[in-house]
Write a protein that binds this ligand. Structure first.
Ligand code: ATP
Length: 257
């Protein structure tokens, strides 16, 4: 009955494996990597079957394939492994303020209210004018790896500033802006685009970029469609449904506290 002797360390072990699997799932969700995993699984399954049936030649071929499989996987998943390490390495727990926000009982309501109202009002106004926009709100995952693709900024948020950035003739209107701690910290940012095939075809690259960054990090994304003027709120790689801007503000406030 040795297996019943569960130690604290075994539980910690299981929790870490679960976290690792969760990150892996977040990374490969909706990508071709899932199909590759299925392919590798099938080769492994065939190898075991042919070995059991003592089909020497076939099991030899599959065996060789599995033997070099580890190197093949590193080559095939080069991008994903890079993103995975980046994702783990860039989770920024060192900034105390952000870290404390992980706990629900620490709230800084006034600051959160001000930020969200200005952002949502700007989105509303841009929606009325059919001005396209994509706004990323940084939480605990450090977004430096995407901010590096754009211009570093340090601008206090207010409604006119956000609107003027996305104004069609503005030199800064292309790409996304990143908001961190009530400041616009980057403009003209190029985000990773999601390959999720379940995203409706009517959504183009701007919306796919919002899904892409939120499925890889805990950031929140707001998108204003240039075609329909509609505001979309994307979190954890999913579109969040809301009735009106008041509900959107409430959802954002909840997600940021
Ligand atoms: N990877 C990306 N990262 C950041 N911004 C992007 C990215 N891809 C596209 N965009 C921005 O989205 C703009 C419009 O792209 P696209 O028309 O494909 O989006 P869309 O989802 O159809 O949105 P809309 O409804 O506004 O047309 C681009 O001009 C660019 O500013």
């Amino acid at each position: 009955m040795d297996f019943l002797n569960l130690r604290i360390l075994d539980i910690v072990d299981i929790v870490f494996v679960a976290i690792l699997l969760y990150y892996l799932y977040k990374l490969v969700k909706g990508t071709v990597a899932v199909n590759i995993f299925i392919g590798v699984g099938m080769v492994y399954f065939m190898w075991q079957i042919t070995r059991l049936l003592q089909m020497e030649l076939l099991s030899g071929i599959f065996g060789e394939f599995i033997g070099v499989g580890m190197f093949a996987l590193i080559v095939v998943f080069q991008q994903e492994i890079r993103k995975f390490l980046l994702m783990i390495g860039s989770t920024n727990f060192t900034q105390r303020k952000k870290f404390l926000r992980q706990f629900k009982f620490v709230k800084d309501e006034t600051q959160i209210n001000t930020n969200i109202n200005a952002i949502v009002k700007a989105c509303e106004s841009m929606g009325r004018d059919y001005t396209g926009a994509i706004i990323i709100i940084e939480k605990s995952t450090n977004l430096d790896f995407v901010k590096n693709t754009g211009d570093t900024m340090n601008i206090e948020i207010n409604q006119p500033i956000i609107e003027s950035i996305f104004y069609k003739n503005s030199p800064l209107h292309d790409g996304a802006i990143v908001i961190a701690d009530n400041k616009i910290s980057a403009t003209r940012v190029i985000l990773p685009v999601s390959n999720d095939r379940s995203i409706p075809l009517r959504f183009g690259l701007r919306h796919r970029a919002a899904v892409g960054i939120t499925e890889k990090t805990d950031a929140l994304a707001l998108v204003v469609s240039e075609e329909t003027g509609q505001i979309s709120y994307v979190k954890d790689g999913e579109f969040v449904i809301f009735e009106d801007t008041d509900e959107l503000i409430n959802k954002l406030r909840e997600d940021l506290t």
